[in-house]
Design a protein around this ligand. Structure first.
Ligand SMILES: *[C@@H]1O[C@H](CO)[C@@H](O)[C@H](O)[C@H]1NC(C)=O
Length: 180
């Protein structure tokens, strides 16, 4: 009695454990992989403005306009466990008030099977690069880095920083472009 049902049941249990084992294998085989790649970042021009800031306690804050290039070959990051990448370019710098400020300037989602050559030329940030004070003018070390979150098919989600970044000194005056 019920042999059909019990067979179906054991077949189901078997397939389930095979699938679990495969998923686990997928996770194990890709989790500890190094997903860092070389990234080339350049800044060609920066201009600062000192503008009214209605959000903060200060009356005027620094706003930066910059022009940058980024290139990287994302192909080595992709393998069978990578569904998509969330890339973002951020600026990091220190000010009197904060030891570390981080501002995201640009981001992009790259799907598996999509274009893996990242080539930005003479690009402008998608998001405003505001400081909450006057920490950009004459800042000697503003560092731009490209990082990415890996969205996997199975397992954890590593956050990876590219192995390339650029550090530049910002202009000493407002309203004129500084070239690099
Ligand atoms: C510039 O800042 C970055 C990180 O924000 C740091 O790693 C680097 O050492 C700094 N460079 C200098 C010359 O201070």
């Amino acid at each position: 009695m019920n042999t059909l049902l019990s067979r179906a049941n054991s077949l189901f249990a078997f397939s389930l454990s095979v699938m679990a084992a495969l998923t686990f294998g997928c996770f194990v085989s890709t989790t500890f992989k190094d997903r860092s790649i070389p990234v080339d970042i350049r800044v060609s021009k920066v201009m600062l403005k000192n503008v009214d800031d209605f959000t903060g306690p200060r009356e005027r804050s620094d706003l930066s306009f910059l022009v940058f290039d980024v290139s990287a070959d994302l192909r080595p990051i992709f393998d069978w466990n990578v569904k998509q990448l969330f890339l973002y370019l951020s600026a990091e710098y220190a000010t009197k008030n904060n030891a570390l400020n981080q501002v995201v300037l640009w981001d992009k989602i790259v799907l598996r099977g999509g274009e893996t050559k990242l080539k930005l030329r003479e690009s402008k940030p998608e998001y405003l690069f505001f400081d909450d004070g006057n920490g950009l003018r004459s800042n000697k070390n503003i560092t731009l880095t490209l990082s990415w979150n890996v969205v996997p098919n199975a397992g954890i989600l590593p956050l990876v920083m590219g192995s390339g970044h650029v550090s530049i000194p910002f202009p000493d005056s407002y309203d004129t472009y500084k070239s690099y």
